[in-house]
Write a protein of this length. Structure first.
Length: 179
């Protein structure tokens, strides 16, 4: 189960209450910063923008590919470890606006994680160190460290132990580590 906090609303659906939950000018600023970062090819500039203006925790050598879409309303709830790759056009959400409630949840992405292109990560999810998320995955629950996951709904394809065995047989990965 995802770790989110639920906030019930009365009357119209929760999106109609959006500016009671987050200041309008914060959303405008965040939208502008995220759009600039989505198109810049300079990884260091992206990380600087995210750390400085969005107050995200991002480890050294982490790479956000082109077109990554971060949560516009609550990017400060996203943290990413070191030497992680976030693939092209990935969406990372820290909020959900539903009919009768909205939900907020921290996103924790570990170190040395590989997230494939066009993945969507929902609020309240932790992706463990060394995990691999296949392209096009809907990450709707925690990902164990070192595992390989994919699909919609997301399933564990290989555990860390199974993946280690497969890589030990591989002529490239079996000879040396990528560190």
């Amino acid at each position: 189960m995802r770790k989110t906090t639920r906030y019930p609303v009365d009357g119209a659906n929760s999106l109609w209450h959006v500016y009671k939950t987050v200041p309008f000018l914060k959303v405008v600023k965040n939208f502008f910063i995220i759009q600039v970062a989505r198109y810049t090819p300079f990884l260091g500039v992206k990380n600087w923008l995210y750390r400085t203006f969005l107050h995200m925790k991002i480890g050294e050598q982490t790479s956000f590919a082109l077109m990554v879409m971060l949560d516009v309303m609550f990017p400060e709830k996203i943290s990413v470890g070191r030497n992680t790759v976030i693939g092209y056009n990935t969406t990372i959400l820290a909020h959900e606006y539903l009919i009768k409630e909205y939900r907020l949840g921290e996103i924790r992405i570990g170190s040395e994680v590989m997230i494939g292109a066009n993945t969507t990560i929902l609020p309240g999810v932790t992706i463990g160190d060394g995990a691999i998320v296949s392209a096009g995955t809907l990450v709707h629950k925690d990902v164990p460290p070192g595992s390989f996951v994919g699909g919609n709904p997301m399933v564990v394809i290989y555990t860390k132990e199974e993946l280690d065995k497969r890589w030990a047989k591989d002529p490239i990965y079996g000879k040396e580590k990528l560190h």
